[in-house]
Design a protein around this ligand. Sequence first.
Ligand code: AMP
Length: 241
Amino acid sequence: MNLLLYGAPGSGKGTQANMLRTHFGIPHIATGDMLRAEIQAGTALGRQAQPILAAGQYVSDEIMIGIVRHRLGKADCAPGFIMDGFPRTVPQAEALDDLMHELGKRFDRVIYLKVPVEELLHRLSGRLVCPTCQRTYPPQTTACAADGSALVQREDDKPEAVRPRIEIYLDKTVPVLDHYRHERLVSEIDGRGTIDEISSQVLAAVNGKHSSPLMGKSPAAGRAQGALPEKPGDGAKTKTA
Ligand code: AMP
């Protein structure tokens, strides 16, 4: 079972990836987590990536493709994997096609967790994360319910990085879904609701009981996630992503 998980920062991707990992017993490959581990370990890649992540921008395609190529070559990916955070650009999607072809693999389903931009901004402001298991929690939570670790705020969840992250996601990553829509692989799921409700829809989609309302529509439909509202004080305008 090879799955691709899409969703903006704050869409609940990590939670659903954990559920899928437990359910199918296959690894969760999260490129953001891999970069944060490099930063934590102080490697050359980590030092290069740190300011890019802090600003909410994207690490170069070349670096990301190299990381994913290396990771997918590992033995634990043989029975399948859940890819999260990659591909984020069209060149990354094209490189992943080539890599999957080389490995003799194909994706079974692409899950897109869709959440309105206003809700994403609300969820990310003040979000806390467990440094041990990466579970996320609402503001004011003190300790991780799973392992008791003290929670921290991710550097890129600070207000100055949240908007650029969502902006770049709408601009560069939502269009990548069209790549998979052409292959009729995308299931679009409303990322609002309880975790259990969303999990059961995700599982139904993976098991082939859910089809995307956007399937077969124009490529522009991929931009339906919405536009990023202007910053407070910019007036009532909205900017189209
Ligand atoms: P995430 O945890 O998926 O939100 O990723 C955190 C950050 O890591 C992103 O904001 C980017 O700076 C970087 N990153 C993760 N995956 C990629 C990717 N596929 N391409 C470029 N940058 C990435």
